[in-house]
Design a binder for this molecule. Structure first.
Ligand code: ADP
Ligand code: MG
Length: 305
């Protein structure tokens, strides 16, 4: 509980984002490998992320929080600071050796097949089910916020835009998260006011993310187009929902269509999607193995460089 930044040795950079920098690190005393997410001083998303990760400590498809590292220099002052609502300086997280799905896609240099994508979809849905049961919305689901283990395990990470809903229909259409993965109702809540469901936005983002894994590029804009805000908003709100090509299986096409239903009220819920044949439980082990094989392949490719 009285963790300090100096308890950790930084080994390499795993990723950058809005939140800060994530390092591959080692806990000096125990030698335990970890991911250390270091925030800019006073970053309030750090406090939000710590709160949600503590809430979701028992959810198997949410990245594990090992320690919250407070900002002040003396541990006693630091605990008081965090208890008083001051933002932590860093979070020590479980290290996910496969990195993010965005990184995996980049390392592979080609789109992913349906089988490993089914492993991503199923485990991300299990993660979302646990979060939603805790009244947590993620609001920034995308390939760079989904992490993979060597065995093809998938965990949801990066709760910098997350929110604990105090009331069931707490409006949360504010522009947090990455615009590209935002659902239509988050851009234009008034147009959807009758059936606003904050949890449905995470389902949309998951649909965009898994379609991206299948296509190998962001699905809502022509390949290579710079995703500026106006183009994205037009594509999301006024365009047809993107869909997998005809070559994809009927199950996959239907699964994506159920996620990318533009009317939030008609979109499938997490519980409904967990019953979908694309993510059938009897295929889960094989799907996870297929994903593990991709992680191994990417690691191999890295070694060859
Ligand atoms: P940000 O809020 O800055 O986007 P993230 O938590 O998404 O921060 O982390 C940024 C990147 O760092 C991720 O996309 C991923 O590549 C890497 N990363 C984050 N956490 C871990 C982890 N626990 N294990 C391995 N890689 C991680
Ligand atoms: Mg991120």
């Amino acid at each position: 509980s009285d963790a300090r930044l100096s308890d950790y040795e930084r080994i390499s950079v795993l990723g950058h984002g809005n939140g800060g920098t994530v390092y591959k690190a080692r806990h000096r005393r125990s030698s335990q490998p970890l991911a250390l997410k270091v925030f800019a001083a006073g970053d309030l998303s750090a406090a939000r992320e710590a709160e949600i990760l503590m809430l979701a400590a028992d959810a198997p498809h949410v990245v594990r929080l090992h320690a919250v590292i407070p900002p002040a220099s003396s541990p006693a002052a630091a605990s008081a600071a965090v208890a008083g609502g001051e933002a932590p300086a860093a979070l020590a997280l479980e290290l996910m050796p496969g990195g993010s799905l965005a990184g995996l896609l980049r390392q592979l240099g080609r789109p992913m097949g349906e089988r490993p994508i089914a492993a991503v979809a199923r485990q991300a849905l299990l993660g979302l089910a646990a979060l939603h049961a805790l009244r947590v919305v993620h609001r920034d689901l995308k390939p760079s916020n989904l992490l993979v283990g060597a065995g093809g395990e998938v965990k949801i990470a990066d709760f910098g835009a997350g929110k604990v809903l105090r009331r069931r229909l707490d409006p949360c259409a504010s522009y947090v998260g990455t615009a590209a993965y935002m659902s239509p109702e988050r851009f234009d809540p008034e147009a959807y006011s009758g059936d606003y469901d904050p949890y449905a936005a995470d389902v949309w983002s998951l649909g965009v993310a898994i379609l991206e894994l299948y296509l190998g590029h962001f699905p809502l804009l022509p390949e290579g187009q710079r995703p500026d805000w106006a183009a994205l908003m037009c594509a999301i709100c006024f365009g047809e929902a993107p869909e997998p090509p005809a070559a994809a299986s009927e199950e996959f096409r239907d699964f994506v269509a159920r996620c990318l239903e533009k009317k939030a009220g008609q979109r499938a819920s997490v519980a409904e999607l967990l019953e979908h044949p694309f993510v059938a439980e009897r295929d889960a082990a094989a799907a996870q193995q297929a994903l593990a094989a991709l992680v191994a392949e990417a690691e191999q490719g890295d070694g060859d460089l």
